[in-house]
Design a protein around this ligand. Structure first.
Ligand code: GBH
Length: 486
């Protein structure tokens, strides 16, 4: 542990939660086991040409079968909490409000929760980490159809609260609604693979659909939060919220007011899109309305009231920082970023940080600290960091060198150091830190090539053998130091 962190000893609250975050589609495998229905990601991966390495999540990390071993490993890593997501189509194979519940699916999650609790690990459960039931996509167009979709999502949530809520006290409705809609409906590179680009996708409209789907996510989240608070919270005494993604944006030229404004606009388009309606105004940022006009849906008064204040905490996923330059040309019809240019260096030529094994991700701990401050200043609700982590170059085999993952260790020292400094020196209220991620996994359209785990997975082996990397030990030591004693 480095000296800087040594000075921050005992900075974090004694009830601070730390651990790892995962997502069902990326780790479970058993894609059609015991009655599970198909998700849009199963469908996507089984369509040739969609996933970079041609792989599928059919087996992934086999955590559906190895959860006891995994909980034991988590325990050895010293975590106090574990964030995972439920596969909707494992619980309700066809997804809809009138469709049957798959008892085997419930039993799996129930056992996982019990196993975690028996080992002193607090479960944080995400209802939706992008894997919409394929049947709903086919039945009515999934999240494009707010009216048909919302009661289905609400009923799915109800089943989860009824069956797991006696033991699960931390609920997250959506993981990164903005990424679901931008990658799935604007870029068209994620399921359900829609966009305006006909070389890539047969259907879709990148200029409207992302905003329609984003609206569905916000409103259906609002209905679920209201239901939880009214019908379950009084007896179950848990909390509910939504997790938003967001990079930090730094002006390319800090002296140029246009770049300063562009960086602020970038933050509003990426983060304020969802965070303003939920945590601030009950409406979209003015900068978005100005650029998008009627392509951005309008909240009815009822929806606005429902969404505003609908999250008990700020769920924060963040990985990196970009330099942002203003543009001098009018916004493209398919622009979703606020008519800005993202740059790898600033005006002085300073790069945004060391290069990982993932094209968009660079290590930028200072930007992370600034983003924590931006969120705290703008929204003022306790922050639960629900994802943060990195890949590292050259992780192809479980050799001694690869398992000694210095690049990832330095990433975590920087970012966790920023968390502690934001708490101690800036007064930001931070309640959790979940590293992304527990084991290498199926990284969506990047397949098995991008390894974010603190545990190396031998994907060639039938057993998907687990090999701890050094970062797992270092994180354990860091949090032992940083979290104050009760
Ligand atoms: C998180 O998203 C996810 O929650 C998690 O499941 C994932 O494994 C993890 O990050 C690591 O990637 O080419 O247009 O799709 C982080 C946000 C969303 C940032 C996808 C990069 C790729 C741009 N990421 N995005 S695009």
């Amino acid at each position: 542990m480095n000296a800087q962190l040594e000075d921050l000893k005992g900075t974090l609250r004694s009830d601070f939660y730390w651990g790892y975050a995962t997502a069902a589609a990326q780790i479970e495998g058993g894609w059609n086991a015991d009655g599970k229905g198909e998700s849009i990601w199963d469908h996507f991966a089984h369509t040739p040409g969609k996933v970079k390495d041609g792989s599928t999540p059919d087996d992934a990390v086999l955590s559906y079968y190895k959860y006891k071993e995994d909980v034991a490993l988590l325990k050895s890593y010293g975590v106090t909490a574990y964030r995972f997501s439920l596969s909707w189509s494992r619980i309700i194979p066809l997804g809809g409000a009138a469709d049957p519940v798959n008892e085997a699916g419930i039993a799996y999650y129930s056992s996982l929760v019990d196993e975690l609790l028996a080992n002193g690990i607090t479960p944080f459960v995400t209802l939706f980490h992008w894997d919409t039931p394929q049947a709903l996509e086919e039945r009515y167009g999934g999240l494009l159809n707010q009216e048909a979709y919302t009661p289905d999502f609400v009923r799915y949530a109800r089943v989860c609260f009824e069956r797991l809520g006696d033991r699960v006290k931390h609920w997250i409705t959506y993981n990164e609604p903005g990424v679901y809609t931008l990658a799935g409906y604007a870029a068209g590179v994620h399921a359900p693979a829609r966009s305006s680009f006909r070389d890539r996708n047969a259907e879709g409209d990148s200029s409207t659909e992302p905003f329609t789907v984003g609206h569905t996510e916000l409103v259906s989240h609002g209905y679920v939060a209201k239901m939880y608070r009214e019908e379950f919270k009084p007896s179950q005494k848990g909390m509910i919220g939504i997790t938003l993604h967001g990079n930090f944006s730094e002006p390319w030229d800090v002296e140029d007011p246009l770049d300063v404004a562009a960086a602020q606009r970038a933050l509003e388009f990426e983060i304020g899109w969802f965070a303003d309606p939920v945590h601030k105004t009950g409406d979209y940022p003015a900068s978005m309305r100005a650029q998008l006009g009627d392509r951005l849906p309008r909240f009815t008064p009822e929806e606005s009231a429902l969404v505003k204040g609908s999250s008990d905490f700020y769920g924060m996923n963040s990985y990196t920082t970009f330099y942002v330059k203003h543009k001098t040309t009018p916004p493209d019809i398919n622009d979703h970023k606020g008519n800005i240019e993202q740059c790898e260096t600033n005006k002085q030529g300073v790069p945004r940080g060391p290069v990982s094994d993932t094209y968009w991700l660079r290590t930028c701990p200072e930007g992370f600290r600034k983003l924590l401050n931006w969120i705290w200043t703008r929204y003022g609700v306790p922050i639960y960091i629900t994802e943060n982590g990195t890949t590292a170059k050259g992780e192809t085999e479980p050799s001694k060198e690869v398992l000694n993952d210095t690049f990832r260790v330095e990433f975590f020292e920087g970012y966790v150091g920023s968390v502690a400094k934001a708490v101690k020196e800036d007064g930001v209220d931070i309640r959790s830190y979940f590293a992304w991620t527990f084991t290498d996994n199926w990284e969506w359209q990047a397949g098995y090539s991008d390894r974010f785990g603190v545990t190396f997975i031998d994907f060639e082996s039938k057993e998907k053998t687990r090999y701890p990397k050094r970062s797992a030990t270092v994180l354990k030591e860091m949090f032992q130091k940083l979290i104050s004693e009760k």
